[in-house]
Design a protein. Structure first.
Lengths: 437, 294
């Protein structure tokens, strides 16, 4: 009986393989986002019968990336893998493993123009010659969410999010004093929002050599005046109860504080919008751009993205890559992108998808859904604000979280913590160069 | 022992009977261990394109690295705390249960229960109770005037993982202590009682010395448990944080290897751990196993 079953199973898998070329796609989208991703794939598979894309959920971003790398070493790699933005440095250095997207598209004769994509999105994933190495899929940028009801109760204008950090402090004090909420603000992603984006938003360098875009040999420079001042403030605000820490990495404790109306203001990815809309049922939510320090020249510049892109891995049959190229064209088409963007809160990666949303009246109906786009396209990106590219950045993110914890615990000053980030970060970058140089 | 020896007439049969176990050991232990050993002398990029043989460089870097030395200190504190806490509590419970006459069975069963809980589940449960935002225990502590926050305070985090790891281990230790107590002849304690020794005096002069083989055995087992089996607890609660305050050696192997993709260093750390566990096994067999009376 068991043997018969096994035989049937083998037969059925070999049959499906014979039917259409299977393209394996490993991704890190769980829950709601995963379901939406699978719906896109199902639509694609139905739209043609030459290729079948098989999406597989591999866990968190680091887990997915590690799984793909381990699989590559065992020659079992998928065609497409979704890698988060901080893994970009590692992927770019793996020249023999990666099939750059611009080559995939050119080799398959697929029409492909990088100019159609939003520059602030594509800039992150282009090499120094302007070639796109990976396919943007889910890019987001941090924005401000705030509780309009609490604002009104505290006597603030509910239609006016804080524009500057000074205002944010003042609003928070007013909110706490009035008793409308017990805390001013909380935040997810400390490293991404309060260091990387803070730097870009104030047009301050994160590292030398164009934030690492210029190649190896870079050093971190996040211990500048603006960053030190901001971390000093965060530590003070935490002492005063204005700011509550939401935990390391993505900050899992932050969203409940906002949903429970404990904190009036909340900073997180634009892709958290779906969660906010779903959970903030008892109050009105407002949206705003990240605050800035008014006296810093050049602020606000533009924010940088996070999220993930799709990397194509080498070592598969040549005809499969034609399928990959075809699928990528589908993914970046106006309708698919607009739908994905509108449902999830991720940025539309092409101008066309944004235009379509406007035509459909989506932004008028859903106020706040275009804050992210406005913020990322606020100014032409500079050397300091087009993104960052450092080796071992996954570990550097951990270092940032650790030093931030030391700061909040009171064992280090802002200056000491940021100096330590730079020192430990540079060590990791040197290690990466030794191995990949 | 001699009488239990079986003589096989067929010479191949004993080897065939051993073969499955040997195969499992070779595939799941020897082979990966050899791989780790080899990898610990290499420096390699994540994808495995360039491999350099670097001799003992990975090891030398470890002993110069502040985070590794910190991890060693953290592990020492953690393992000692878990062993002491779980042994002392288990001993107290075992002595108490041993004094019961009719309800001993019921108490024993209840105390053994936590052992059936998966480490990750135990970790999440304690994490939940101590959660600074939503936890009941942190709420009570705040009422009592202590601001508990294991997300930022390293000591709080250490206390959390020690409690979560010890809780389960108490059941295990309890079983051994209860068995050990049963093995102590009643006549000894009775004689002491007749001579006028009180319960506390009897415990320290008779019970504790006679339990010493069990205690030594449990010290080794508990230290090994704390060092190697608590990955799930750490992963589910603090993930080694805050600021590496609970980053024990085993967790660091995972973090550097699987998150950081620094395979050489991660392998070198595994080899060091293998050496440590070898030492413990040796101590246990050489000095303790011989003296434990069953």
């Amino acid at each position: 009986m068991k043997k018969a079953l096994l035989a049937a199973l083998l037969l059925s898998t070999s049959l499906t393989q014979a039917n259409a070329a299977e393209i394996q796609w490993w991704h890190a989208m769980g829950g709601e986002l995963g379901a939406k991703l699978e719906a896109i794939v199902a639509d694609y598979n139905e739209s043609q019968d030459e290729h079948t894309v098989v999406p597989t959920y591999k866990g968190t971003y680091p887990e997915t990336m590690t799984a793909a790398i381990a699989a590559f070493r065992a020659n079992e790699q998928p065609h497409i893998v979704q890698v988060f933005e901080v893994g970009t440095g590692t992927m770019m250095a793996a020249e023999g493993a990666v099939y750059p997207v611009y080559e995939v598209m050119a080799d398959a004769g697929e029409e492909f123009d990088p100019a159609n994509f939003l520059p602030s999105v594509v800039g992150y994933y282009t090499d120094t010659d302007g070639n796109m190495l990976s396919m943007p899929f889910n890019s987001s940028t941090p924005i401000v969410y705030y509780n309009k009801d609490v604002f009104a109760e505290a006597g603030l204008d509910p239609e006016q999010p804080p524009r500057t950090w000074e205002e944010l402090e003042q609003f928070s004090q007013q909110i706490i004093e009035s008793g409308a909420a017990t805390c001013g603000f909380t935040s997810g992603w400390i490293s991404w929002i309060h260091l990387e984006n803070l730097s870009a938003w104030h047009n301050q360098p994160i590292g030398t050599m164009e934030n690492g875009f210029g190649g190896l040999g870079t050093e971190l420079t996040v211990n500048g005046d603006v960053q030190t001042r901001h971390w000093e403030n965060l530590a003070r605000w935490q002492q005063e109860g204005i700011f509550q820490y939401g935990g390391p990495v993505g900050g899992d404790d932050a969203p409940p504080k906002f949903y429970a109306q404990e904190c009036a203001i909340y900073m997180n990815s634009s892709a958290s919008r779906a969660g906010v809309v779903e959970n903030a049922t008892d109050f009105e939510v407002g949206y705003g751009m990240l605050p800035y320090y008014e006296d810093v020249e050049g602020a606000p510049q533009n924010s940088i993205i996070g999220g993930a892109t799709l990397w194509v891995l080498q070592g598969k049959a040549e005809e499969d890559y034609a399928g990959v190229a075809d699928f990528f064209s589908y993914l970046s088409s106006q309708e698919v992108q607009a739908k994905w963007h509108q449902e999830t809160g991720y940025l539309p990666i092409t101008q066309a998808a944004y235009d379509l949303g406007q035509e459909q009246g989506f932004y008028a109906e859903n106020p706040g859904s275009d804050v992210s786009i406005e913020q990322i396209t606020l100014n032409e990106p500079t050397e300091n604000s087009k993104g960052l590219r450092f080796g071992n950045y996954v570990q550097i993110r951990t270092v940032i979280d650790e030093e931030f914890q030391a700061l909040l615990a009171g064992s280090k000053t802002a200056e000491e913590a940021l100096d330590a980030v730079v020192e430990r970060g540079n060590e990791l970058i040197r290690e990466f160069e030794e191995i990949n140089g | 022992m001699q009488s239990k020896r079986t003589v096989f007439s067929n010479r191949a049969l004993p080897y065939m009977l051993l073969a499955p176990q040997l195969a499992v050991t070779a595939i799941f232990f020897l082979w990966p261990a050899a791989q780790a050993f080899r990898q610990s002398f290499l420096r390699e990029d994540a994808f495995g394109f360039s491999t350099q043989f670097v001799w003992f460089d990975n090891y030398m870097r470890l002993f110069q690295s502040a985070s590794y030395l910190n991890s060693m200190a953290v592990t020492a504190v953690f393992a000692t705390s878990v062993a002491v806490l779980s042994i002392v509590i288990a001993l107290a419970l075992a002595v108490a249960a041993n004094g019961m006459i009719r309800s001993q069975q019921t108490y024993s069963t209840l105390i053994i229960w936590p052992y059936a809980v998966a480490p990750a589940v135990a970790g999440v449960m304690w994490w939940f109770m101590f959660n600074p935002t939503i936890g009941i225990l942190s709420y009570l502590m705040r009422q009592a005037g202590y601001n508990w926050n294991h997300g930022l305070d390293g000591t709080d985090a250490m206390i959390l993982v020690v409690i979560a790891s010890s809780w389960k281990q108490i059941s295990y230790n309890f079983l051994f202590f209860l068995a050990g107590l049963h093995a102590i002849p009643r006549s000894l304690t009775e004689a002491a009682a007749i001579d006028g020794a009180g319960p506390i005096k009897r415990f320290f002069t008779i019970t504790l010395p006679l339990l010493s083989p069990t205690t030594f055995f449990l010290v080794v087992v508990n230290v090994v448990y704390a060092m190697f089996d608590t990955f799930a607890v750490i992963h589910a609660t603090t993930e080694g944080g805050p600021n590496q305050a609970t980053n024990i050696l085993v967790y660091k192997v995972f973090d550097d290897g699987f998150i950081g993709l620094n395979l050489g260093s991660s392998a070198a750390q595994s080899v060091i751990l293998m050496a440590i566990v070898t030492v413990f096994t040796f101590i246990q067999f050489r000095y303790i196993e011989r003296r434990v009376e069953y």
